[in-house]
Design a protein around this ligand. Sequence first.
Ligand SMILES: Cc1ncc(C[n+]2csc(CCOP(=O)(O)OP(=O)(O)O)c2C)c(N)n1
Ligand SMILES: [Mg+2]
Length: 897
Amino acid sequence: MSIQTKEIYGSRSAPSSSNGDKWSESLQSVFELVLESQGPERTARLLENLAEKLRAVAQSTSHGFNTPYINTISPERQAPFPGNRDIERCIKSYIRWNAMAMVVKANSTTNVGGHISTFASAATLYEVAFNHFLRGRTEGFPGDIVYFQGHAAPGIYARAFLEGRISERQLQNFRQELAEGGGLSSYPHPYLMPSFWQFPTVSMGLGPLLSLYQARFNRYLQARGLVKWKEEPKLWAFLGDGECDEPETLGAITLGARENLDNLIWVINCNLQRLDGPVRGNGKIIQELESVFHGAGWNVIKVIWGTDWDDLLARDKSGLLLKRMEEAVDGDYQKYSVEPGSYTRKHFFGKYPELLELVNRLTDDQIRKLLRGGHDARKMYAAYKTAVEHKGQPTVILAKTVKGYGLGEAGEGRNITHQQKKLNEKELREFRERFNIPISDDVIAETPFFRPAPESPETKYLLERRKALGGFLPERKVTAPPLEVPKLDTFAEFFRGSTTEASTTMAFVRLIGMLLRHKAIGRRIVPIIPDEARTFGLDALFKDIGIYSPKGQLYEPVDSKSLLYYHEAKDGQILEEGISEAGSISSFVAAGTSYATHGVAMIPFYIYYSMFGPQRVGDLMWAAGDIRAKGFLLGATAGRTTLNGEGLQHQDGHSLLHASTVPTLLAYDPAFAYELAVIVADGLRRMFAEGEEIFYYLSLYNENYAMPPMPAGVEDRILQGLYKFKPGPEGKKHKAHVFGSGPIINSALKAQEILAGRYDVSADVWSATSYKLLRTEALRCQRWNMLHPTATPKKSYVETLLAKEPGVFVAVSDNIRAVPDQIAPWVPGGLMTLGTDGFGRSDTRARLRRFFGIDAESTVIATLYALAEKRQVDRQLVEKAIKDLGVNPEKVQPQLV
Ligand SMILES: Cc1ncc(C[n+]2csc(CCOP(=O)(O)OP(=O)(O)O)c2C)c(N)n1
Ligand SMILES: [Mg+2]
């Protein structure tokens, strides 16, 4: 109820202060009387009843978290616009034209698509920010961080073209990246344009979520003393109103208020439309978002009406104009943007005769041109200025615009506008006229680009503004110096092995403990955990390095007397994200790109339940690839049977396959502590010493077994994905090879004994650490051979390794068969694979492994069957083994359709 009461009344209908004081005093004394005689609960009820009655007569009254449907900043409080409006309008018009032209041009000869209407509605939002607020990187200042709305990319390119940073050729090749001379990516993709784009945004919802965690990560870096900036950079995220339907957009906004992220500004372009039609035709998206953000503790600035409306509102003494503004729904407002002014006069103002009077001095054309706030540079400037100065909360600016603004008949405000990619000649002429673009009739049909001369006032102004603000944006620069990563011998203890049983998760806990103590990189490690530190045995870190909290620890933790108490600290190193995998991976992205964003390399280790990895947040992992994030993803409690009691929704046997689909992600499935250490050590070297922009996925398991010492000389092979771990005995009649991964290598080792002891088969056991890497290397060779058919063919690592190995090949792991199947085409004589296809269920490991057919006995049967298929043993032998080993041939099949 109390939200911004002053603003609610603005300067128009507020009672005069002396009268107001009298009324206030009288109400206060009545209130005190009631409170005293009736008690607080009854008083509250009475007041609520009265408020209800008030709402019934005055719709403008604030209720819940909403304020009236007018600008938050009243004209008196509006900061004056400091720029040259005429020049800025000119620049903006040229950018509008080029942004439209690049899409139209590209689609005149191709079908590559593109968007015109998103930027058309957002041009003022961007231009005011570019000319007055967004700061580039300078000495001692990393630059503001800006998330550009993906579909507005043409506008950002068009500006870079005017700035002279993008050539005409590139503009011409928008969405034709493989064309001669190179082209421009459809949307912001740092992977594709690594010196331009910094943050991928186009998968709706990811940009806002990433920006929240990035804002918090900026604070973390400062709190830990890893950066010292002259000023704190701001984070700006430009979003669509439709984008706010994504749970990722709004799902984490309380973080912003909880951690007082006043470095964060979201600008939501409320053009009232998404792709198919209105965002909230029957309601008001701005009001809906206002209440959500207010409720979440954000500072909300609504920019609904342009300057032309100030006078109308000021003259409306009856409050009817506001009433009418609140009555009309977004579907109506969309219609007003499409229809002529006469329609708005009749249907909007015409509802109340007093309102008709209010606009009787305006022509229909003037009514049609009454600007919405998001198209008015003065209103946007004031909103931005208030936002950057606001303390203690993040700010969201809700700016009302028209989708496809300026397209006229070709799409302005129309439901089809999002998909509009072509303009006919008449429409092009209208566009040119409306925005005053100096392009003559004879060439207009070709939609030529327009760039004012370098010495023109527009170019000078534009460049001078960027210079004053520190340089161009967006721009991605990698300046972080390489880190002194630990040498391989640092990990010697892992190479010696141990007879004490341990899991690879436990090995990882030891490993990260060691890295955290490492002189050169210890402080750069960022452990990220979604509420599972205790599950993985990482709670020991709480006390040692602390959990980051901007408030420190305001309470005495219940376990303060214990050794491993829950320790929050202002300079804590752990990011404990609570139960949010999406938030955690966002932190991973922020930390993993710090080398580019801030010039300070950080090393994130994000450890989580592997089931809630790519399956849950795969799109964010894909974005982590696009943004060139570095670091380690650790899918712990992996394995559909190794995590045995948790059942169907927890038991993961397919993340490695998901992970294999991300091009820059190296996916490993280590079996032993030494493999883990070799992979992590090499990852550190490649990413942080050599500067490779890749990241790692490692499965970690919770099954304990003795960790063997590392065989000599296998380091490179561990990294390449496959090596012989334990050869089978000599002097047997038959030969086989079993590839094992993770803890299931123990099935392979036990099968090796049974095969030798009972069936006269010598089986070599191999450790398969990465089917993905084996496959991609083989694919590279295959492609080269195909395209160089007469040259000496290249042989892949896996072919070379297996070429001289006689016998059959079997692979067994705790993953679905498609994981090892990845290398089948290159295995001599084919690969027989065993795996955990189907839903998991709760039971003992032994029973589950029998059920899925990945235990030692099942591996023996599969090996004998593979030999029988090659006619090397009798089929009867397989049948005998099935009986001998007590495997029920009619056992239930995991359901597969
Ligand atoms: C996750 C995801 N789902 C769907 C899309 C397809 N899509 C692209 S733009 C768009 C509509 C966007 O509307 P809005 O956020 O209001 O942006 P506007 O163009 O109106 O500014 C949709 C559905 C997408 N890019 N990402
Ligand atoms: Mg929209």
